[in-house]
Write a protein that binds this ligand. Structure first.
Ligand SMILES: Nc1ncnc2c1ncn2[C@@H]1O[C@H](COP(=O)(O)OP(=O)(O)O)[C@@H](O)[C@H]1O
Ligand SMILES: [Mg+2]
Length: 454
């Protein structure tokens, strides 16, 4: 039996649901536990924009608070972002806040959170004592942030990682296509919900410092303010260095997120801005742990997305998506060894195969056809349960040989000292940041301004 509390008169009502109107004073009832958690909040139990009854707090950020509200009278859940009161008189912050609403209003794709309405509510409305506010009402997304998923479940398997990244890329493709650069892409700004059939769906949120490429230039007050905003852990070098933010800065941030999903740590860990800025500007991106060709392919995508040189990155979201899909399809078989030793291995394998054939001939056995021989050599290691099945029949002979040879090399390495199995990073002369825990050896009627669309 639910109990709900009126924030105005403090009465509790047995059996009443949140969002019910208090018969005494017209405030909206909330869960008493929510009230206890946010006892000083001035908007809980109030109506915003004439139709959104505030019932919970979802997040409190530097510039605003995001509430869960119920759209009256249909009681549809919505998320309402409200600018902190102290910024109400700051023209640049107000402009930035509405910029978020404008950016959202330009986007309609299923991977971007939907704008419902935005506007400004005058103080003292709809009830005496209500504070004034600037708000953006958006579709409410049930589920968890990608940040929570990473904290609770990472490392994520490659297939799921690529599915989530695909949703983010869909959002970016739409945003970039309409001239919107997000500029603050990070796991806390991505929600992952589940459809009725259990599939994961991505919604990109928080276009709070988004840049509209159609805007005149970077000298407007609001972009000057924005220059100091963002989250260094996910910021591309050019964003950290200057105000310039092209669409590839978002792809760079996705490279960081991909790494974090697959590893459980960011490529450049830590929170010190100085350390992070230095790392993004100067340090090579570390390798992904794992030994398979698919690990190397995914690593290649991350490294290109996170190239320090903008020109070396994927030019757009579509091309990054193609590369990501191709990487996922790369068999999860051991990666080929470096060219020289590979030649030696192949020669060795040819000798072994010839000896095998000769022995079979001498023993009068039927000569085995080549493909089954390859099959016997090619049993792939069970690396990732979620990876697509690799049918031995379609394993290329090269990979089969590599697999067998690697097994031999592994056996030879079993006696100490062991050499790290990871090869030297391509072109990375500088220090690499290693994540702890990686595998050893792997490297009412209100005068509210109807400013927004309905
Ligand atoms: N539409 C939404 N549906 C559900 N939760 C949301 C929604 N928008 C924001 N949130 C929650 O509020 C948090 C902060 O929202 P965000 O838009 O990122 O604001 P901020 O500017 O404070 O970072 C998010 O991390 C998420 O947990
Ligand atoms: Mg945010």
């Amino acid at each position: 039996m639910p109990t709900a509390l009126c924030v105005q008169c403090e009465r509790t009502f047995e059996g009443a649901a949140e969002g019910t109107v208090c018969p005494d004073d017209g405030a909206y009832l909330v869960d008493p536990a929510v009230r206890a958690r946010h006892s000083r909040d001035t908007l809980l139990g109030r109506l915003i924009g004439d139709e959104f009854a505030v019932v919970d707090v979802l997040g409190i950020g530097g510039f605003g608070t995001v509430y869960r509200a119920l759209q009256i009278p249909v009681m549809r859940p919505v998320a309402v972002k409200v600018l902190h009161g102290q910024f109400l008189r700051s023209e640049s912050v107000r402009a930035r806040f509405f910029q978020e609403a404008r950016a959202l209003g330009m986007l309609s794709g299923s991977s971007v959170v939907e704008l419902i309405r935005y506007g400004e509510q005058a103080p003292g409305t709809p009830l005496p004592g209500s504070p004034g506010c600037l708000y953006i009402a958006q579709e409410f997304v049930t589920g968890r942030t990608l940040k929570a998923i990473i904290e609770q479940e990472a490392p994520l398997d490659p297939a799921r990682t690529v599915r989530i990244a695909t949703g983010i890329l869909e959002a970016l493709a739409e945003a970039h296509g309409r001239g919107v650069v997000h500029r603050d892409l990070k796991p806390a700004n991505v929600m992952v919900s589940r459809t009725a059939l259990g599939d994961e769906r991505v919604k990109v949120l928080d276009f709070g410092i988004a840049k509209l490429l159609s805007d005149p230039d970077d000298s407007s007050p609001q972009t000057a303010t924005d220059a100091s905003l963002g989250t260094p852990a996910y910021m591309a070098p050019e964003l950290l260095q200057s105000k310039y933010a092209g669409t590839t800065a978002d792809l760079y941030a996705l490279g960081v997120i991909l790494f974090e999903m697959l590893v459980g740590e960011r490529p450049f860990p830590g929170t010190s801005p100085v350390v992070l800025v230095t790392a993004h500007l100067q340090q090579p991106v570390p390798p992904l742990p794992g030994e398979t060709a698919r690990d190397r392919a995914l690593e290649g995508v991350i490294h290109r997305a996170m190239a320090k040189d903008i020109a070396a990155r994927y030019p757009d979201a579509e091309q990054m998506l193609q590369a990501l899909r191709a990487a996922l399809e790369t068999p999860a078989l051991p990666a080929p060894p470096p060219a020289k030793s590979r030649r030696t291995h192949i020669a060795l394998a040819a000798v072994i195969a010839a000896l095998g054939l000769a022995a079979a001939f001498v023993l009068g056995q039927e000569t085995p056809p080549q493909q089954p021989a390859a099959k016997a050599l090619s049993t792939p290691p069970a690396i990732d349960a979620a990876a697509p099945d690799v049918t031995p029949d379609v394993v290329p002979i090269d990979a089969a040989l590599d697999s067998a040879i690697d097994a031999e090399v592994d056996a030879a390495r079993r006696s100490p000292p062991t050499r790290p199995k990871h090869r030297v990073r391509r072109g990375s002369g500088g220090p690499t940041t290693r994540s702890p825990g990686w595998p050893a050896g792997s490297t009412g009627s209100s005068p509210c301004a109807a400013a927004g669309p309905r």
